[in-house]
Design a protein around this ligand. Structure first.
Ligand SMILES: N[C@@H](CCC(=O)N[C@@H](CS)C(=O)NCC(=O)O)C(=O)O
Length: 219
């Protein structure tokens, strides 16, 4: 059987591609991470004119898969990281959608011309909004090691990614959420994940750490 090889095409960012990268690293797939520099010349050849795109190649066959959520779920099905039953899959989907809520919530403060320009809004976000999201994760996780079942699923990588990005802005984020702190450490400590984390590109949210710590806007 020829090995399936993956190529993940995205901008040189963690962004929407990072949960899929974490999964590919976790399962030790044969994969390459291709940062796109000349987007306008690549765009017409992509399925939906958007990134990320996951190329899946086996033997002589190739397919290009768009949509980050579809990519993540496809990898979940391919690598048996989508639970054992349809109930498992439902709970995995709930955790993934809850992770997307947090990952998306910071966007207005973190991207575009207003990035880091409003320290008061960033503080309000971290003090009042983020804990609501974290409480949801804590409720879904309960006292379990992983969100669904006894081993990692794609839900864990989606949640880990959302929490991890916010941790890069506020290292005290999980002080009141010990089960989530343990969860974050558990995922980061998985051997293949830990190796990937050591070498990955810096996160886009990290520049906001100084805004959170000092109350001074980015210049
Ligand atoms: N729902 C899509 C959204 C994809 C998307 O908006 N991609 C942006 C980058 S994060 C993009 O390709 N922007 C460039 C463009 O639209 O030309 C997904 O999750 O993959």
């Amino acid at each position: 059987m020829p090995e399936t090889k993956y190529e993940l095409l995205y901008f040189p960012l963690r962004g929407r591609a990072e949960p899929a990268r974490l999964v590919l690293a976790y399962v030790a797939a044969s994969w390459t991470d291709t940062p796109v520099g000349n987007w306008m010349s690549v765009k017409p050849s992509t399925p939906l004119g958007q990134l990320p795109v996951l190329f899946e190649r086996k033997g002589g066959a190739e397919r290009a898969i768009p949509q980050s959520a579809s990519i993540l779920r496809h990898l979940g099905r391919t690598f048996q990281l989508y639970g054992q039953t349809s109930d498992d899959a439902l709970h995995i989907d709930i955790a993934i959608d809850t992770a997307h809520d947090l990952a998306n919530a910071i966007s207005p403060l973190a991207f575009g011309p207003n990035k880091g320009k409003d320290p008061a809004a960033l503080n309000r976000y971290f003090d009042d909004v983020v804990p609501l999201h974290l409480a949801r994760f804590a409720r879904l996780l309960g006292d379990n090691a992983y969100f669904v079942g006894g081993a990692p699923t794609i839900a864990d990588f989606a949640v880990f990614n959302a929490i991890d990005g916010h941790l890069s802005v506020d290292p005290n984020l999980l002080e009141k959420f010990p089960t989530l702190a343990a969860f974050h450490a558990r995922v980061a400590g998985l051997a293949t994940v830990s190796a990937y984390l050591e070498g990955r590109r810096p996160g886009e949210l990290a520049p906001l750490a100084s805004v959170r710590a000092t109350g001074q806007p980015l210049v």
